[in-house]
Design a protein around this ligand. Structure first.
Ligand code: ADP
Ligand code: ZN
Ligand code: ZN
Length: 749
């Protein structure tokens, strides 16, 4: 809590986008009003002028006041961040041990960081009652331009038209407008830019109108349970519903309830490109409700527009990816986090590495509003939180409508003839489903044509020059590309080492697409992966080919695992389940199980039963056999037991200090020095592991390494981090590396 200033505050504490772990004090000139807390201010900083955010008012400064500079200007007439949001940002600063200025910068659209106005106004013109009467009386005569302008403005009603619209509709309108205004037939003024609700990312099928179904008994139970503990106070729910169980319908009902009560709704989704249908479903269900969509594919000005719409309260529904957890939304009534297990909710790059799901829980708590985390495959963290009572678990165990769960079967690759990655069993199953007019999904976790290009004679394989990785073959484009650094070169025809022929090894989506086209000539095949989907309209095209039935087989990476609902899709083939079975990352098994269950969930969504084939060389592996016999629940309880006995999260807390440098030694030396710096701090219950090079140590010509901190005691870990990080920052070795702290890291590479 800030202490209340006793005299008139003369000092404003400002957060600035610098890597320094502190705020900066500025003087408020005697004749000026103090900036509203949470508003942006322009301040001198060194020789520059920076945009910062006022976070507290003080009556005195720790700095000699004669040395303080003054605030140059308050940029916002009202707070950019309201008090609860400012509290959330401070909470994040402490929990992630990250400089407050950078945390706040991450929460602001770029253009606002650069000083763009918070509210933008536009000039508009409208017809007066006198103008309407004049037009009805056939005025103005012999002045076609004026007449046309008046006609248009009368037609536009009380809202009138803004300058952009007038320029578009009637170039050269201004002369006419001035003349009409003299006769008092028009008025002009300025107002907030009219908010155009975001268009859904994916155009809706023309056939799909919204049906608001009768709730199933299970859905009713879930909603009643939520009702019974009140819809206006903090309560955190884990909605575990199998794919197709009608979770989205539950979200829609919850949203409807809040909207009717005049409150706003925030829905967080994984990468927007992966959940195309959700936005469309909200837009269809609430066609009159302004909707703002915030995701990484927006231009800076689109982002600003959507953000402003949220801030002004124009948008009643805000749907967004990770950083939308910071979107300012007045009278927020509920937060819904869809696919809560998805790793894209965790920012894993850059300096400020936060979990949007975890921050959403904190935000709901600060606002005292309900929050729903939904998933078909909840994270082990959330299941653990449900077991300990922090989340209330509700289940939708059956599919909605008439759909029944798909049957899962393993295909033992050791006993099968396999051609280009496809087993005979898979090929004949595809044939069978196509003949029955079904659609097929083939899942493979690799894009490109093949993961490796190798020499047939000397054993050379095409390496990336900048990474400890092989180049991926792109055959259609005749390129070699590195998925880790983006390197891109010609596909060699011969071995650069010995001149013999080269061949591709293994399969990616492009290769599977090709071999399916050979095996099933004349059958429409679509492909979905990050290479296809550079822009969202290409995703749209692929989805349309499948929904329209022109494509019968869809080949894709995890992009196909989420959100799509193709009613005729009856068969799913998982080509390579084995990646992830033997990984050193303790989360690999969880991710694999989630992917398999999610992909399998694409089969048999409507009335026709679904079938799922999982190709593997390890059919007796406990993860696969467990998943088959006991489903995700059985897998999750076994996996949680393993985590408990190994004392991994959620039974302990982790933080990773990550470093990279152009020399491997430099990164390790920094981490060793950082480790030594813990000695004087009494790490107590905190265990230090490493430093160790990352599994893929060299990426884009930098060597990566990490030091892991682990403790069963969250408090102890955070106390150590608090004391330790200033010391780490001050290390001379720190200047020679890039480093970042990752609290609750997801990937241990
Ligand atoms: P989830 O989000 O759990 O995957 P959805 O909400 O998308 O599930 O529902 C799956 C399918 O079932 C959708 O086609 C949806 O329209 C339909 N559905 C959901 N609830 C009902 C219901 N109560 N009655 C009939 N159909 C429903
Ligand atoms: Zn060779
Ligand atoms: Zn590379």
């Amino acid at each position: 809590m800030d202490k209340l200033p006793t005299s008139k505050p003369s000092i404003c504490r400002v957060a600035l986008d610098t890597p320094l772990r502190r705020t900066f004090d500025y003087r408020i000139e005697a004749d000026r009003a103090a900036p509203p807390l949470g508003s942006r201010v322009s301040v001198p900083f060194g020789r520059r002028q920076l945009v910062g955010v006022a976070i507290s008012l003080e009556s005195e400064s720790e700095v000699d006041e004669s040395k303080l500079k003054s605030i140059s200007r308050t940029l916002d007439p009202e707070p950019t961040f309201d008090a609860p949001l400012l509290k959330l940002l401070r909470w994040a600063t402490e929990y992630y041990h990250h400089p407050i200025g950078e945390v706040i910068a991450a929460a602001l659209p770029k253009l606002l960081r650069e000083g763009a106005p918070l509210v933008s106004q536009t000039e508009y013109w409208a017809a007066t009652d006198a103008g309407i009467a004049a037009l009805a009386a056939g005025e103005p005569k012999r002045a076609p331009k004026r007449r046309e302008l008046l006609e248009r403005l009368v037609a536009a009603g009380t809202r009138g038209l803004d300058v952009v619209e007038l320029n578009e509709q009637l170039p050269g309108w201004r002369e006419a407008a001035k003349a009409l205004a003299k006769q008092e037939w028009l008025i002009s003024g300025s107002r907030d830019i009219f908010f155009e609700p975001s268009k859904p990312v994916i155009a809706e099928n023309s056939t799909s109108t919204d049906i608001r179904p009768e709730l199933s008994a299970q859905q009713r139970q879930v909603l009643e349970a939520m009702q019974s503990s009140g819809v206006t106070r903090y309560h955190a729910w884990l909605l575990h519903g199998v794919t197709g169980s009608g979770k989205t319908e539950v979200y829609l009902r919850l949203a409807e309830q809040q909207l009717q009560a005049g409150r706003r709704v925030l829905v967080l989704v994984p990468e927007i490109g992966l959940t195309p249908q959700l936005v469309g479903r909200f837009a269809r269900r609430f066609p009159q409700t302004p909707l703002a969509v915030l995701h990484s594919g927006l231009t800076d000005s689109e982002r600003l527009t959507a953000w402003r719409a949220a801030h002004r309260g124009h948008a009643q529904l805000v749907i967004g990816t990770r950083s939308a957890v910071f979107a300012p939304i007045p009278s927020l009534g509920i937060i819904i986090v869809d696919e809560e297990h998805d790793s894209s909710f965790k920012q894993q790059e850059g300096g400020f590495r936060y979990s949007a799901r975890d921050l959403a829980l904190v935000r709901a708590h600060l606002l005292d509003i309900p929050i729903v985390l939904g998933s078909a495959t909840p994270s082990l963290e959330s299941l653990h939180n449900a077991a300990s009572g922090r989340l209330t678990r509700l289940s939708l165990p059956d599919r909605a409508a008439s759909a029944s769960p798909p049957t899962l079967r393993l295909v033992d690759l050791r006993q099968e003839r396999v051609h280009a990655g496809l087993s005979t069993t898979a090929v004949s199953a595809i044939q069978r489903h196509l003949a029955a007019d079904g659609q097929v999904l083939v899942y493979i976790n690799r894009r490109g044509y093949a993961p490796t290009l190798a020499c047939t004679a000397c054993g050379w394989v095409a390496p990336c020059q900048s990474c400890d990785a092989r180049m991926t073959v792109y055959r259609q484009a005749a390129r070699l590309r590195c998925h880790h650094c983006g390197a891109d070169r010609d596909l060699p025809r011969q071995c650069p080492q010995c001149g013999y022929a080269v061949k591709t090894v293994g399969q990616g989506t492009e290769r599977i697409e090709e071999s399916l086209a050979e095996t099933f000539p004349g059958v429409g095949i679509a492909r979905l992966d990050r290479d296809v989907v550079r822009r969202s309209d290409e995703l749209e095209a692929v989805v349309a080919r499948m929904s329209g039935g022109e494509a019968k087989i869809l080949v894709g990476t995890q992009m196909v695992a989420k959100g799509h609902d193709f009613p005729s899709l009856t068969l799913v083939v998982v080509l390579n389940a084995d990646q992830g079975l033997f990984s050193t990352d303790f989360r690999a098994a969880e991710r694999l199980a989630q992917t398999i269950v999610q992909v399998a969930g694409r089969a048999g969504r409507a009335s026709r039963p679904g079938e799922v084939l999982i190709q593997t060389e390890y059919p007796e592996h406990p993860l696969l056999s467990g998943l088959l016999t006991g489903g995700y629940d059985a897998f999750a309880s076994a996996a949680l037991e393993e985590r408990r006995s190994a004392a991994w999260p959620p039974f302990s807390r982790l933080a990773a200090l990550r470093a990279s440098a152009t020399e491997a030694e430099t990164a390790i030396q920094f981490l060793e020095a950082a480790r030594r710096a813990t000695r004087t701090l009494n790490p107590g219950a905190v265990r230090l592991l490493g430093p160790a090079p990352a599994a893929m140590a060299r990426r884009a010509d930098r060597h990566h390494a990490q030091l892991l901190l682990e403790s069963a005691d969250r408090g102890a870990l955070h106390r150590l981090l608090d004391q330790w990080l200033p010391a780490v920052e001050a290390l001379p070795e720190a200047r020679r590396v890039r480093w970042a702290l990752d609290v609750d890291p997801l990937e241990l590479f």
